[in-house]
Design a protein around this ligand. Structure first.
Ligand code: C2E
Ligand code: CA
Ligand code: CA
Length: 579
């Protein structure tokens, strides 16, 4: 089909004013018809005798009609023309009266002046009406605009312009309805960016926003028209892929989606890579309702976070069961304190050169009737997510202070592990001071262990609480050193007394590779240069110990010397050491 451009001609000036021109012509013709007519003439019109007075009246009425017509149809130009014509006629009528020295034309003059006021009134009200109409039209426009805005706010994410959760669920409901009829599958993918917080923290929030917008664009571009991508909140995205026949097709799409993170991001002239963890739930296997599908995709995504991130995992029975198990365990943990199921083991730490015990690390244990002895690696994260870590952490601190009264007297150091959640607690320092006071513990013999990630956390409360702990006399150790995120400037300014090299590096020493040894050596050198003591964790062999001792590592902790033990065993070891 050929499309031709058609031009609509603008009306020419003459045709535009044709009404006015015709009206002027009629108006003038009517005026001329009266010109020089003797005062006492009787006119014969259509075979009837009509007096000049009557004829003049009829003409004036017709001219009035033309004036009103012009104002109504031609607005301003019509008004100007009528005013000129009526003034002209008024003057002519006055001159006529003057000529014939008779007031016969006086009603005509009054009529013309009357017409002038009527048309002035008409134009005035017409303009007012136009103003009102423009105002109404404008108000309607703003109303429509705000309606569109409200709709966007209700159903779209303002930052990325993607549909929000509400609209996502709406569309998912419709797709489920269709899938029920044609037996197809729907995939719901939950995507969470890995360590997005560090982008915000290091490059600023506007850089973070740029990354989110770029992710949104890339996701949109790799999907088909009927699929929806939505931003849930922060760095979480949801994707629904409908009309899928086999699970293999779904896997191809999810791989394509994960591939968008392989391309680097560019912000503020910096190039960097951001990975993502994602989970997929498939309709109808993993749920038949939008909320269930989203929840199961979230669970699958969460399982990726625990497995090193940067992967896509499909929801499975095992994943779902694990969640149920965790939930059950959480319920047990809530009662652990009241049921006296928690206890502490102490692992000695020795001086590298003399092998003499100088301190202990307090390590928490949970003995539950159903699960047996549970590793802190399992239950501490649960306690952290439920807030249970606050009372549990205080219990640890208090129990250590009570149990170690004798040990403190002999000037041994006791280390206690601390979670970030505990530092967030506003009452933390107040509670710790009270325990120290109540138990008469010697603060300078207590050491707090925090991981690198806590120490280098930029939140102001972290440094504040740590400084307050130091002011109480407590010393600070950086735990699991080398595994987290650290900066040299922070190392210099943060009040650190001991660096604990993570076990991972010590076990690496046994592989006898040059690289592992160099890493440990440089960690020891770094600590020495900063004037901080250094301890090696997880020392299990003579060979590891010998290497560390030769490299001037100050302290050793590990199964090679001692395993974590109950207090009674510690006491007898100390008794033997002093005797
Ligand atoms: P962590 O602070 O790094 O504690 C050292 C862990 O290494 C302990 O595990 C200890 O038993 C183990 N270990 C010590 N020497 C060796 C060795 O030579 N070889 C091997 N393979 N392992 C060794 P544990 O007791 O299971 O504690 C695990 C983690 O749980 C701790 O890691 C710590 O992060 C956390 N944790 C323990 N107690 C507490 C506590 O009271 N509060 C908090 N917030 N966390 C705690
Ligand atoms: Ca520790
Ligand atoms: Ca450690």
């Amino acid at each position: 089909m050929e499309l031709r451009e058609t031009k609509i001609k603008a009306p020419s000036k003459i045709s535009k004013y044709v009404n006015i021109i015709i009206s002027i012509a009629i108006y003038m013709a009517l005026s001329i018809s009266l010109k020089d007519v003797a005062e006492d003439r009787i006119l014969i019109i259509l075979g009837r005798e009509i007096s000049l007075q009557t004829f003049r009246g009829v003409i004036t009425q017709l001219q009035m009609l033309i004036s009103v017509y012009l104002v109504l149809t031609e607005n301003k130009p019509g008004y100007i023309v009528s005013v000129i014509l009526n003034i002209y006629n008024t003057i002519m009528a006055i001159l006529f009266m003057n000529n014939i020295k008779s007031p016969t034309a006086l009603p005509g003059v009054i009529s013309y002046v009357g017409v002038l006021s009527i048309i002035t009134l008409i134009i005035f009200y017409k303009e007012k009406m136009t103003d009102y109409i423009t105002e109404i039209v404008n108000q309607k426009k703003t109303l429509e605009e705000s309606e569109i805005k409200l709709h966007r706010m209700a159903f779209y994410d303002l930052l990325t312009d993607l549909p929000n959760k509400e609209l996502f669920i709406n569309r998912l409901e419709q797709n489920i309805y269709l899938a029920k009829r044609n037996g197809s599958l729907i995939g719901v993918m939950f995507i969470d960016l890995d360590s997005f917080k560090s982008v915000n923290d290091t490059l600023g929030h506007s850089a973070g926003d740029t990354v989110l917008k770029t992710v949104a664009k890339r996701l949109e571009n790799c999907l088909r028209k009927g699929d929806t991508v939505s931003r849930l909140s922060g760095d979480e995205f949801l994707v629904q892929i409908s009309n899928i026949e086999k699970i293999e097709d779904m896997q191809k799409v999810s791989t394509k989606i994960m591939d968008i993170f392989k391309k680097p991001f560019h912000v503020q002239n910096i190039e960097f890579v951001i990975t993502a963890s994602s989970g997929v739930a498939v309709y109808p296997v993993d749920g038949e309702e939008p909320e269930t599908l989203i929840k199961n995709a979230d669970i699958a995504m969460y399982s990726v976070k625990g497995k090193g991130k940067n992967q896509c995992v499909y929801c499975s029975t095992k994943i779902k069961n694990d969640v149920v198990k965790k939930l059950k365990m959480k319920n047990h943990l809530y009662r652990a304190l009241d049921n006296h199921e928690l206890f502490i083991r102490y692992q000695p730490q020795v001086k590298a050169d003399t092998k003499e015990i100088i301190g202990f690390e307090a390590l928490l244990r949970w003995n539950n009737s159903e699960y047996g002895i549970v590793s802190p690696n399992v239950f501490i994260p649960l306690a952290e997510t439920t807030g249970m870590i606050i009372p549990i952490g205080l219990w640890v601190f208090k129990t250590v202070c009570e149990q170690c009264r004798e040990i403190f007297q002999k000037d041994y150091r006791i280390s206690i592990n601390l979670s970030l959640e505990q530092l967030k607690d506003e009452n933390f320092i107040k509670n710790i001071s009270k325990i120290l006071e109540d138990t008469n513990a010697i603060a300078s013999n207590i050491q707090i262990e925090i991981t690198e990630n806590i120490a280098f956390n930029e939140e102001p409360y972290v440094l504040q609480r740590i400084t307050e702990l130091k002011n109480l006399g407590i010393t600070i150790a950086i735990d699991d050193f080398g595994t987290g995120y650290s900066s040299f400037s922070r190392l210099k300014t943060f009040p650190i007394d001991l660096i604990k090299i993570d076990m991972e590096f010590i076990q690496g020493l046994s592989q006898n590779t040059h690289k592992e040894k160099e890493i440990v050596k440089s960690m020891i050198r770094l600590a020495k240069n900063l004037g901080i003591d250094v301890l090696a964790e997880g020392v299990e062999t003579e060979e590891q110990y010998a290497f560390l001792r030769d490299e001037m590592c100050d302290e050793i902790q590990g199964f090679y010397f001692y395993k974590p033990m109950i207090l009674e065993d510690i006491k007898s070891i100390l008794y033997n050491q002093t005797n």
